[in-house]
Design a protein around this ligand. Structure first.
Ligand SMILES: [Zn+2]
Ligand SMILES: [Zn+2]
Length: 343
């Protein structure tokens, strides 16, 4: 099968013919119809996250936003059939036994495997994955629509549910990229009044189209004053991997408000303790999601309340897609279609 391989950090991926994986007894072989390109893939390929670099499989097939069709199943698989459409997320396999798995936080499992990081992912024509962690895709969603929900969608879905964003509250969304444009929609669906902040006018226009009541230019010299003008926000979620976005978002939170950490810059983020204390600001982070969260976000999309803006590209264009992502030139989500022939 054809796959895009990461052989060395900071080098382009290499399209190669590699053996098709053989599923184990509890695994599925999945024909990959769509795989979203996430900003994390860029960090993984660059070896940016030194805390993660040691666990990255080498060589690696990246990609953790996968939608496809079951073409083969191991002897012990009972819950899914050949032909079923399934999604495979970032959380590839969990132990089911540790205290986090047992308390509804399997996304924090101490023994977890990660799709496209510790095991091969979806930048390939096929992948194998445990049937226990494959989620059926509702019939009304195409593979292209479902794929980005496996990371971008589930991440903001869990984050905004964890802070119990409620009707009438003010939500600031920093960065209207792959995650941000979904955060705007989930905020609107939860009844919040949403303000979107970004550098790019077309991304701000996209946020408006998805229901944001206000947009602000991230480059404005008076941004912090504008953010605080309405009394600040109950929740400020940062979905971009930009330290500058965090610097502004901290000041956007009203007293007792929450700065929600989702986007992951390579640099550390840092805030003045006096202001944290003075406003009793809460800082909360959220990490992708559980299988329950994956089902939740798929249901929301199937009900027409969440729509990912997607454009599809063949697998062999993966390096140019990653470069466009690096320079912030992608609106919404790019989804690779590995079944598209390369010529
Ligand atoms: Zn991701
Ligand atoms: Zn566990």
């Amino acid at each position: 099968m054809r796959a895009a391989l990461l052989r060395d950090f900071k080098s382009p991926l290499i399209i190669e013919e590699v053996p098709r994986p053989t599923p184990g007894p509890d695994e599925l072989l999945i024909e990959v119809e769509a795989c979203g390109v996430c900003h994390s893939d860029l960090h993984i390929a660059d070896g940016d996250w030194t805390q993660l670099a040691g666990i990255v499989k080498k060589p690696l097939i990246p990609g953790h936003e996968i939608a496809g069709r079951v073409v083969e199943r191991g002897a012990a698989v009972a819950n899914l059939q050949v032909g079923d459409r399934v999604g495979i997320p970032w959380v590839h396999r969990t132990c089911g036994e540790c205290e986090f798995c047992r308390s509804g936080n399997e996304n924090l499992c101490l023994m977890q495997q990660i799709t496209g990081v510790t095991v091969d992912g979806g930048y390939a024509e096929f992948l194998k994955a445990p049937a226990s962690h494959a989620t059926p895709i509702p019939p009304s969603l195409s593979a292209l629509e479902a794929a980005p929900l496996m990371c971008a969608g589930v991440t903001v879905y869990r984050a905004l549910h964890q802070v119990r964003l409620s009707p009438g509250q003010r939500l600031a969304v920093f960065g209207v990229g792959g995650l941000g444009h979904l955060a705007v929609q989930i905020g609107v669906a939860l009844g919040a009044e949403v303000t979107a902040i970004d550098l790019a006018n077309e991304k701000l226009a996209l946020a408006k189209a998805f229901g944001a009541s206000k947009t602000l230019d991230a480059r404005s010299p008076t941004l912090i004053r504008e953010l605080r003008a309405g009394g600040g926000f109950h929740v400020a979620i940062v979905t971009s991997a930009s330290k500058t976005a965090y610097d502004a978002a901290f000041y956007a939170a009203r007293p007792t408000g929450t700065l929600l950490v989702v986007g992951l810059p390579a640099e550390n983020i840092c805030f003045p303790p006096i202001l944290m204390a003075a406003g009793e600001i809460r800082i909360r982070a959220s990490a992708v999601g559980t299988r329950q969260d994956v089902r939740g976000v798929l249901e929301m999309a199937a009900a027409g309340r969440l729509r990912c803006q997607i454009s599809s590209r063949p697998l062999h264009e993966v390096n140019s897609v990653l470069e466009e992502l690096r320079h912030g030139r992608i609106s919404g989500r790019v989804v690779l279609t590995p079944q598209t022939p390369s010529t």
